[in-house]
Ligand binder design. Structure first.
Ligand code: ADQ
Length: 489
């Protein structure tokens, strides 16, 4: 389309996610400092050609005064971000409660202990109410900024109720929804009390996307079994309205990683690490400290490996970098102490006065340090119990051009479907099998490593984050054009 002067106007893409891609720090009554977080999703979406992007989301801080809100809104607009302000109680019930304590474990097949589930049942209703309320608040902000011709792309399990709210404002609004987590088997999904409301809302979108065909299949089958609707591999039909459902596997901005390896600060990190661990093989784990990542299983498998392979004592170390997340949720606090306890026990058992087999860090690393670690390590261990995709496995592959390290990857990560041929796939629940895979990886001949790496490297560098975002958005535009032409006929 063109403006009044005949100059082409770019279509706008409104990206709605729970959290904005910035962190905001208050510096005074009406002054804020912002830092844009860089990452796959941000780079991907900003790289989508032909669109002008706006972000809509929660700024991650509680701002209760009008002066602060107005100042932050203005500051955020410089970064093309639009805030949705949520108060502390809503954040507690919607984000910590319904999103992280109920939906997240449910979507990852992590059943709660029966007594915890019972406790959840009691607070379920108020948390679900807060979830709906939060989704309505997001919808109001989107609606306020929406203009005809814009495309709205909603992200993730926090905003399952958003498509329906948006269509209630305007049934012609172009709405896509993408889930970053797995969608579980309908047998699991159908135990969720709010199962129907959420499915109906998602179906209000014009295009629904998942990382893998398995998740697509599970979603379509949930719609068939829970709602009694007609489903095909392409989507779901509800009273004459067809919702397209498809797999859009995400990727990373691989060039950003490859380029970083040439930077002087990364090269000097690499040199330091090589000196520090010289004479030893190094295995790497990089995860958010979350129960879905299978961190205790990974560490126990390493213990089993050490038990069975005394020749390797003092010749191999495991570096586990775990960023604490959702520290307000008691389950996460329990996991932290559990991991510390296992690491302490194993280091006590296999350590010497001068060296320990496991280095465990409860912290995040900056991008350059992370790239250096990816580049120098011999093996990466990704042992998720469930994971929508898992980008750490992609990032590791991108940084391994010279070393051609081995990726040990859980078959329950979405990435197993794209990197399966190059990685060693494992069942993280089988500690014996994982220990054997560590031994296999450590002894793998160079030509096999090279072949496996090449396979995965080609995939990671061709199926990028930008391609993912472009495909989703263009499919969304196409889907709408198609359904509008069907309606006109
Ligand atoms: P996550 O569960 O966060 O994402 P993942 O895909 O592995 O999992 O992405 C994690 C990101 O955080 C990576 O970019 C990684 O570099 C970074 N990171 C992790 N640990 C770090 C550390 N200790 N220090 C610094 N950086 C660290 C969710 C889903 C995934 C899905 C993505 C994208 O759970 O399954 O792949 O969204 O859709």
């Amino acid at each position: 389309s063109e403006n009044q002067d005949g100059i082409p106007v770019k279509q706008r893409l409104l990206v709605v996610a729970n959290k904005l891609p910035v962190s905001a720090v208050r510096k005074g009554a009406d002054s804020w400092q912002l830092e844009m977080s860089v990452g796959g999703l941000v780079t991907a979406v900003l790289g989508v050609k032909g669109f002008e992007t706006r972000w809509i989301g929660w700024p991650g801080v509680n701002v209760s005064d009008e002066v602060g809100r107005r100042a932050l809104t203005k500051k955020l607009s410089e970064k093309r971000c639009i805030p949705v302000f949520l108060n502390e109680d809503i954040v507690h019930q919607y984000y910590n409660g319904y999103c992280n304590n109920i939906l997240w474990p449910h979507l990852h097949y992590l059943g709660l202990q029966p007594e915890d589930r019972l406790a959840n049942t009691r607070c379920f209703e108020s948390q679900f109410d807060a979830y709906i309320k939060a989704n309505e608040m997001f919808a109001a902000v989107v609606n306020e900024h929406y203009g005809e011709g814009d495309v709205v792309w909603c992200h993730d399990y926090h905003l399952m109720f958003l498509p329906k709210c948006l269509k209630m404002y305007n049934k012609n609004m172009k709405v896509g929804w993408f889930l970053h987590t797995p969608f579980p088997s309908s047998e699991i999904y159908r135990t969720l009390p709010s199962r129907s409301e959420l499915l109906r809302s998602i179906l209000a979108a014009d295009l629904v996307g998942f990382h893998t065909y398995d998740y697509v299949r599970h979603f379509v089958s949930a719609c068939t079994r829970v709602l009694g609707l007609e489903g095909t591999p392409e989507g779901v039909e509800d009273h004459g309205k067809f919702t397209h459902v498809a797999a859009f596997p995400i990727g990373i901005d691989s060039n950003r990683f490859i380029r970083a390896l040439e930077l002087p600060q990364v090269r000097s990190h690499i040199k330091e690490l090589q000196e520090r661990f010289s004479g030893r093989k190094v295995m790497l784990g990089v995860d958010r400290l979350d129960m879905i990542k299978g961190i205790p299983q990974k560490i126990l498998a390493f213990e089993k490996f050490l038990e069975e392979n005394p020749d390797w004592h003092n010749k191999v170390v495991l570096l586990q970098i775990a960023v604490p997340t959702r520290t307000d949720v008691p389950e996460y606090q329990k996991l932290t102490s559990q991991v510390h306890e296992i690491v302490g026990r194993i280091n006590g058992r296999f350590g010497t006065l001068t060296a320990v087999p496991i280095h465990h860090l409860d912290r995040s690393l900056d991008f350059h340090a992370l790239c250096a670690l990816y580049a120098v390590t011999d093996i990466a261990l990704v042992t998720s119990l469930r994971d929508g995709m898992n980008l750490v496995s992609y990032e590791y592959v991108a940084c391994q051009s010279s070393k051609k390290g081995v990726l040990i990857l859980s078959e329950f990560a979405g990435a197993a479907q794209s990197l399966g041929a190059g990685a060693i796939l494992v069942n993280p629940w089988n500690i014996t099998e994982m220990a054997a895979s560590i031994a296999y990886a450590l002894n793998m001949p160079a030509d096999e490593r090279e072949k496996r790496h090449q396979h995965n490297f080609t995939h990671v560098t061709t199926h990028t984050a930008q391609e993912w975002a472009e495909t989703f958005v263009s499919e969304l535009n196409h889907t709408i054009a198609e359904s509008q032409s069907t309606t006109k006929q």
